[in-house]
Structure formats: C-alpha cells, structure tokens
Design a binder for this molecule. Structure first.
Ligand SMILES: NC(=O)c1ccc[n+]([C@@H]2O[C@H](COP(=O)([O-])OP(=O)(O)OC[C@H]3O[C@@H](n4cnc5c(N)ncnc54)[C@H](OP(=O)(O)O)[C@@H]3O)[C@@H](O)[C@H]2O)c1
Length: 432
C-alpha cells in the first residue's frame, strides 16, 4: 500500500510503498479517507513531542477517518506502530473506532477531534467549567484556540477573553464568541499590567493555555495578590501546549497569594471514558454547523512537499538545512557538487535535502547552461527570509537572556567568561 513513511525525525515523510497491516486480536483494518496534519502529527514527525516515534521507518498520522470492511464510517486513532493514519490502510483497536454521524463530512471529522478536544476536555473535566464563569484563552489565534473560544461559549462560559499574538486574527474572534481580546504584542511589563487590570475587573476562573513560555509567565505574574487578608477565588490554569516555550518560572508568591491551581491536559492525562463520553457531543455540535474550523485538503501523494513546507516554516528546520541556506547566502549561485564539497555532506543526502528545499521554495535549482551534467543551486527569497527570521529569533533570545542585566554587568560577565576560556586553553595546553 502507499503511505507517508517517516525515515528520519525532523525530515519530511516520503510517499512510498509500505507493507500492508495485518490485524491481530481485537484489531480492525481501516480504509483511510482522511487524516489530519495537526500539530501533534507534525511534532511527532519532528521528534519534539513527548510521544515521538521510538523506531523508524514508521507511517505518519495520529488520527483520521476511514471505512471498516462492513462500510461503517469511523473516526479512529492510536494505530499499532509502525502503522499510522496517513496511508491507504491502517490497523487500530476496534474499541478506538468511533462512528461518525451522517451530518459531518469526512474532512471536518478528521480535522476536528484533536483540536476541539484540546479545550473541550480540560473545560469539562480538568477545570470543570461552571455556568457563567470567565475563561481566558491564551494563544487563541490558532486552529485549536479559535475552537476553544467557540467551545467555551458552547459549554456555558459567561465571559470569554481571547489573548493572542496575531492582531489580524485576534480582531475576528468576537465573531466566534470572544467578549474581549488581549494582544500579546506588548512589552513584558505592559502585558503583566494588561492581564492584571482585566483580572481585577473580571477575575479569571479558568485559563486555557496553548503557549506557556513568555506569555504564560506574564499572566502568572499578573495573578500575584497584594493583600494578605484577601479571600482568593480559584483560578484553574490548564496547560495544553507550549507554542511559546517549554518552561516558565513561577514565583512562589503567586501560589501563596492567589487561588492559582495549575493543571495540564493532553494525551496521557485524560481518562478514556471522558473521551468516549465527549465524542457524541462534539459530533452533534459539528453536525449542527455551529463549530467553525478552516481546512485545506491535500492529496496523500503530496505529503512530502507539504511536510517539507511545514517544517521549513518553523525554525525547527533541521541543522543541515540551515547549513545549506547559510552556505548559499555567502556563495551565491554554485553547483550542487561544489555545495556538497563545501559542506562535506553525502551526495544523495544533499540531493534529497535540495529537492525538498526547492519544493518548499527556499532555494532554486536549475541545470547549468554551460555544462548540463551540473545542477546550479541558489538561495530563493523565501530562504533569505527564513534566515532573517532565524536571526531575529536569535536576537530576541539574546535580549530575553540578558533582560535585567545592566551594561556593566554584561561586560563583567563577558570578562569572566573570557577568563574561564583562557584558563581552559592553558589547561588543555598543559595536558596536551
Ligand atoms: N494537549 C492537547 O490535548 C492538545 C490537543 C491539540 C493540540 N494541542 C497543541 O496545541 C497547540 C496549538 O495547536 P493549533 O492546532 O492551534 O496550532 P496552530 O494553528 O499552529 O496555532 C498555533 C498558535 O500558537 C501561537 N504561537 C506560536 N508561537 C507563539 C509565540 N512564540 N508567542 C505567541 N503565540 C505563539 C500562534 O500565533 P500566531 O497566530 O500569531 O501565529 C497560534 O495562535 C499545538 O502545540 C498543539 O500540539 C494540544
């Protein structure tokens, strides 16, 4: 059968032949109709998720929709490794096949569950939303965040506050049910003040956080209380994802001075029964046309191009690709053979990278008009932009790293590090 086969974490899967799955006891074959290229599938293929592949090659695709041999239309996930849903056929446990009502089309049924349940489950089970409570969604401009706004409203939130980085999308969220939006595009101090002001007027009962990192840190700092005699009200903070960073620091004072309670929600922390109980409600809402999700269907045969584009849009681009871009920035247009020599990279590997990077629009490739045995490669405008973005991120990182250190302190630190470096060199010389 044909499948999206992953050979290396961080590289795009290839559309190629893969052995047919054979069902074992309790399993069924699913003839796949659609699988969602959601962030979970991307992160697992990229190797950055806690549930990444243990052995390769493997078929990509965490969940999707297909037909059973008896014609039943089902949503399913959790394929037995090395199988996955981005294939013509997949093998799953029968108990993980959930039937889909007629009113929900195949594409929506494949796209919706992962993103929608990311907010539905924490609201209903972890945080146990009560009618009219205030819900803040941190990172509300993405696919899952936009659904979170709609689902919080559907489940009875009294006030929904949507915070996000993308101002354009942020201002469309009132259409989906947000009462108030907060832009994250502010200095750290301004952001803390904005969250604190909002919390004073309308205390947050539940926070659904897709970002973690700097925005979550600002939000947590905004919750520090300043009255030891105050009676705190509960603030249930649920971490769902870490789009802005994988760690934060939490001042002890915030836990001592407020009603902050911190939870997480994701695969591995949710009861299976909660999932099975929620699906019929999700399908009913989807069938009623009340949930909006944007989808873009692509063919399985195009998986390599699409995933290459996805990987290259993130700075999580592999180190080898960054090297290629960097070398081409300095070299201009050169032959692929010369590039291979400069990078000391294996020929077939570079050809594969180069083809993927060309498909992603990062570089251009053409036959050398003077000698058609050679291929000329050069940086494309999108490649230049990707390098620029990486440089900006590097600068942001440096700024954050040095935040709060005066120029004198930075100079002292550089002198101390230089001193350590000199000591190390002397040490190596003596040893050597
Ligand atoms: N735990 C769970 O059960 C569960 C389930 C489903 C999904 N998820 C996770 O939820 C996350 C979001 O999924 P999605 O499908 O909504 O992804 P998405 O459509 O790609 O959206 C990502 C969101 O994160 C924002 N973002 C990214 N980097 C940021 C930064 N540095 N600062 C501020 N905002 C930033 C984006 O803002 P812009 O709009 O400005 O780009 C966008 O709003 C993913 O990590 C996914 O794996 C978790």
């Amino acid at each position: 059968m044909k499948a999206a086969v992953l050979h290396t974490l961080g590289e795009a899967p290839r559309f190629e032949d893969f052995p047919e799955p054979m069902p074992e006891k309790g399993e069924v074959i699913v003839h796949v109709k659609a699988s969602s290229l959601n962030n979970l599938s991307k992160m697992r293929a990229g190797g950055s998720h806690y549930d990444s592949y243990q052995s390769l090659p493997a078929v990509c695709g965490v969940d999707g929709v297909g037909l059973l041999d008896d014609g039943a239309r089902v949503y399913c996930g959790g394929c037995r490794p090395p199988y996955g849903m981005m294939a013509q056929r997949a093998v799953v446990s029968r108990s993980w096949c959930l039937s889909i009502p007629d009113g929900v089309d195949v594409i929506t049924a494949a796209a919706l569950p992962n993103a929608a349940l990311s907010s539905w489950l924490p609201l209903a089970f972890r945080a146990q939303l009560k009618p009219d409570e205030t819900v803040l969604i941190l990172g509300a401009t993405g696919v899952a965040g936009k659904l979170a706004v709609q689902i919080a409203r559907h489940l009875g939130a009294g006030r929904v506050v949507a915070a996000g980085r993308n101002r354009q999308v942020l201002h469309t969220l009132d259409d989906l049910g947000a009462d108030m939006v907060i832009s994250l595009d502010q200095s750290d101090q301004e952001l803390v003040e904005t969250f604190a002001r909002e919390a004073r007027h309308h205390p947050f009962d539940i926070i659904l956080d897709y970002l973690w990192g700097r925005p979550a840190e600002a939000l947590v700092r905004a919750l520090i209380g300043h009255d030891a005699m105050a009676e705190a009200s509960r603030v249930r903070f649920v971490s769902i994802a870490e789009m802005a960073g994988s760690t934060i620091s939490v001042p002890s004072a915030v836990l001592r001075s407020s009603g902050l309670e911190m939870y997480g929600s994701g695969g591995g922390s949710i009861s299976h029964q909660a999932l099975f109980d929620t699906f019929p409600q999700l399908w009913a809402l989807a069938a009623s046309g009340k949930l909006r999700i944007d989808t873009e269907p692509v063919s399985l045969a195009d998986v390599e191009d699409v995933m290459s584009r996805v990987f290259s849009q993130h700075v999580g681009m592999s180190f080898s690709r960054i090297l290629v871009l960097h070398e081409l920035m300095h070299a201009g247009e050169i032959s692929q053979t010369e590039l291979q020599q400069r990078l000391g990279m294996e020929g077939a590997l570079l050809t594969r990278f180069a083809k993927q990077m060309e498909a992603a629009g990062l570089i251009t490739r053409r036959v050398d008009p003077k000698d058609n045995r050679f291929t000329l490669v050069a940086l494309a405008p999108a490649g230049q932009q990707a390098l620029q973005e990486m440089e900006n991120l590097g600068e942001d990182f440096e700024t954050r790293l040095l935040e709060g250190l005066s120029k004198q302190e930075q100079a002292r630190m550089v002198r101390a590090m230089k001193h350590i470096q000199d000591n190390l060199s002397r040490w190596q010389e003596t040893d050597g």
